[in-house]
Design a protein around this ligand. Sequence first.
Ligand code: NAP
Length: 368
Amino acid sequence: MIDVGILGATGVVGQQFVRLLDGHPWFRATWLAASERSAGKRYDELAWRLASPLPQEVGALRVAPLEAIGDAPPLLFSALDSSVAGEAEVAYASAGRLVVSNARNHRMDPLVPLLIPEVNPDHVGLLDVQRRARGEGWATGGIVTNPNCAVVVVAMVLAALRRFRPARVTVTTLQALSGAGYPGVPSLDAVGNVIPYIGGGEEEKIENEALKLLGEFDGTAVRNAPFVVSAAVNRVPVPDGHTVIMSIDLAASPSVDEVVAALDAFTSEPQARQLPSAPPKPIIVHRAQDRPQPRLDVHVGNGMPVHCGRVRPCPVLGYKLVALGHNVVRGAAGAALLNAELLVARGMANAPSGERGDRDATQPVGRT
Ligand code: NAP
């Protein structure tokens, strides 16, 4: 077992980390940190907002302040609010900790991998470039990020269709309330309503992060993918699950059946390595005309698959479809967990650059 810590353990994403790490075959949560509002308290004294029971061992841990860098284990998940994540993650990374982050702050840094293991597993190589460039302290440390919760859905679909050469993509999102953290959107704004705006540059994140994710890593840098994305985002009164309506121009002009077959057959490195959090099928294609739906589909497979349906011709861009992903699992905690599993499986979680070999994922992982 590898001991891991959680930065921002008390928030919406932090609590999902605690849930997903409970019983994990490789990782064990042994250290938690959050703001000064929570620091010093036992974790089970704080509000637990998930339907599953709080794991007892974690409940007994005392929450550390963000400054307690020296006490943190070598591998950390970050679910920190973006107002503090930028500086804090750098401080931990430069102290030799490998930070696997959900926050937006470092995603577009040219030295930081923006990673979805099914989409661009080779981009983990950027961690070596980062460690060499940043120098002392970073030899075992570093920052690896997962994308925005809506981008995960978009990028998985485009990765499955990559061989058809996406050229132009429009994205309209219907995003769940849990995407805004806790306590999130005021109830009087959210109930019975659709809000056609999400702050923090949500549309720009979708438009930019998708290009980095689908870009090419040449061993030193990532060159952005050559397509364009136009995004329009909406907050809707759904608890969990971002629905994404996409129209796609595919330069190779496949038939609709070929598009469906490519989505259905999509598989990648996490499935080949059988990483513990990898869904057997990363994309579940629905044939019923009224699916996917957040209430019916988002919790399938522990929230890790992306769902796709209503694949049909689009008179403007050629193809249109509806996709769905669990924003807090596949779009946040589960995404980071899968990233960490890939790093361990590739032998990059702790070993300094040049002193590692690919881990055989079927062999047990040693304690750090
Ligand atoms: P959240 O519920 O608001 O939780 C924020 C966490 O950050 C809490 O643990 C909080 O600790 C901590 N924090 C806030 N201010 C702090 C400070 N000054 N010093 C130390 N810790 C501080 O937010 P969330 O939804 O879990 O999101 C966490 C991160 O993941 C954000 O960067 C967000 O953008 C990203 N993300 C979220 C989602 C999603 O669907 N929710 C998806 C993808 C990415 P206290 O409880 O002690 O205040």
